[in-house]
Design a protein around this ligand. Structure first.
Ligand SMILES: [Zn+2]
Length: 300
C-alpha cells in the first residue's frame, strides 16, 4: 500500500475508530497498516451488510431471463426517474438491453427501505456449468442522496457538490450508483464461479484468524488462504469495488457532456484514484481515454 494512501486511510480510520478512545493520549502509538485486513465498514457504509455475505439464493426462483423489476408502488416514480437517467446514456442503454434480452440470465432489480442511500448486488446464482444465471440489485429508497467514501468509491464520491453551480442532480447520483451495481454484475459474469464462491466463504475465516493472531499477515494459515482465494481480502474487495466504479465512470463520461463539469468530476476521480487506488488506475484511464475526441481532463 502506498504511503500517501495509507496515511489518508489511517486518518479516516482514526476519525472513526481511534478518536472516541484516544482521550488522554499524548504520544500516539504507531498504528499497524491494515494492509491485509478488510475494514468492512468502508464498504458496508454504502453496500450494507449483504456485500460481505455469501451469495445465497433469496427465494427468487423465477429464472425466466431478462430484467425483473420489483418496485413497491410508493417508489415507482422515483425509480423511474433514476432508471431514465441511467438509460439516457449509451452505456446505460447498452447494458440494460443486454440483460433485458438475455434469456439465460435473470437480473432482479428491487427497491428496498434498508440501506436507504446505498445499493448492493448479490444473490448470485450459477448453473452447473459455472455460468452466472441470476443476480439481484437492491437499490435504497433514497438512492438519490448520500455520497460514498472516496477510498473504495472514487467515482461516486466525485459527485459531492463543491459549489452550487457545479452539481449534478439527485437522479444522476442515483443512476451513477445503478451503474456501479451493473459494474458488479458485469464483472461477476466474467469471473470464475468457483473462485468467487470460495472467496465469499474464506474471507470471513481469513479476517477471523488475522484478528486473533496479533494481526500478523505472514501467518502461514493466512498465506495459504490468500493463495487459495487469489489475494488478501483487501485486494479482493478493492478489485471488486473498482470494477463497479469503472462502470460508474463510464456512465458519467457519457452522461456529463458539458466539458467543464466533466473535467471537474474526472479531476476529482483522478485525485482519489491517485490516493487510494493507484494499482487500479489502468481501468479508469481506459474509460477516460475511450472517447478520443474529448478532453481527458488530467488523465494521461
Ligand atoms: Zn460496489
Amino acid at each position: 500500500m502506498k504511503s500517501s494512501r495509507l496515511a489518508v486511510l489511517l486518518t479516516i480510520l482514526a476519525a472513526f475508530v481511534v478518536a472516541p478512545f484516544s482521550t488522554g493520549h499524548t504520544s500516539p502509538k504507531p498504528v499497524e497498516p491494515p494492509a491485509t485486513f478488510f475494514d468492512e465498514t468502508l464498504i458496508t457504509s454504502y453496500h450494507g451488510v449483504e456485500a460481505s455475505e455469501a451469495s445465497e439464493a433469496s427465494g427468487r426462483e423465477d429464472l425466466t431471463g431478462g430484467i425483473r423489476e420489483e418496485i413497491p408502488a410508493k417508489y415507482v416514480s422515483r425509480y423511474q426517474a433514476w432508471k431514465d437517467e441511467f438509460l439516457s446514456t449509451e452505456a446505460g442503454r447498452d447494458q440494460w438491453a443486454s440483460y433485458q434480452n438475455n434469456p439465460n440470465f435473470t437480473l432482479n432489480v428491487i427497491v428496498a427501505r434498508d440501506n436507504a442511500e446505498g445499493a448492493t448486488t448479490g444473490h448470485y446464482k450459477w448453473n452447473d456449468a459455472g455460468q452466472l444465471i441470476a443476480a439481484t440489485i437492491t437499490l435504497g429508497v433514497r438512492l438519490d442522496e448520500g455520497y460514498p467514501n472516496p477510498i473504495y468509491f472514487p467515482v461516486m464520491n466525485s459527485l459531492v457538490p463543491n459549489d452550487s453551480t457545479n452539481r449534478v442532480s439527485g437522479s444522476t447520483l442515483a443512476a451513477t450508483k445503478i451503474a456501479h451495481e451493473f459494474g458488479h454484475v458485469n464483472r461477476t459474469t466474467k469471473v470464475d464461479s468457483t473462485m468467487y464462491q470460495l472467496q465469499s466463504q474464506l474471507i470471513p475465516q481469513y479476517n477471523k484468524i488475522f484478528l486473533s493472531n496479533g494481526r500478523n499477515p505472514n501467518d502461514p494459515r493466512l498465506l495459504e488462504l490468500s493463495q487459495k482465494i487469489g489475494g488478501t481480502p483487501v485486494q479482493i474487495w478493492e478489485d471488486r469495488e473498482y470494477w463497479g466504479e469503472a462502470n460508474a465512470m463510464m456512465y458519467l463520461r457519457d452522461r456529463v457532456t458539458e466539458e467543464g463539469l466533466r473535467c471537474s468530476l474526472f479531476s476529482k476521480i483522478k485525485h482519489s484514484v491517485d490516493l487510494y487506488a493507484k494499482d487500479y488506475e489502468p481501468r479508469f484511464l481506459e474509460i477516460a481515454r475511450a472517447t478520443p475526441s474529448r478532453k481527458i481532463c488530467g488523465w494521461q
